[in-house]
Ligand binder design. Sequence first.
Ligand SMILES: *[C@@H]1O[C@H](CO)[C@@H](O)[C@H](O)[C@H]1NC(C)=O
Length: 121
Amino acid sequence: MRSGCVMALLALFLSHVYSQGLYGFAPIPSTHYPYVIEFAKFAVSEYNKKTTDKLAFERLVKGKYTSGTPIYYVLVIAAKNESLPNIPSSNYEATLTVGPIKTLDSFRKIYGLHAYPPIKI
Ligand SMILES: *[C@@H]1O[C@H](CO)[C@@H](O)[C@H](O)[C@H]1NC(C)=O
């Protein structure tokens, strides 16, 4: 009960962080930073673990982050759905918390580059 409540509060807090930009997001200066690419690959592999989907990371399209600890990332990732070999890759938006531990907070398909409020997975 108690931990469920804490989790619910945490989810509420995180959705507020991401949607309201509580900490002020800045765009990542490059989509080629190896550590940010690692976070994008982590997001895809966590998503695959939590679902039965098989997404394959293609590239980091864009991203934004907060300064401070932990760092919150919103990454737009091009990935290929390997269950649909004939369909080109799609963009997905992942939100992550990167601190002493790294967590994937949400992951969803997006159409175009417009960032919609994240949906909890
Ligand atoms: C990948 O394709 C499968 C099969 O159509 C579908 O069920 C699944 O939702 C797709 N996953 C994503 C993340 O688009």
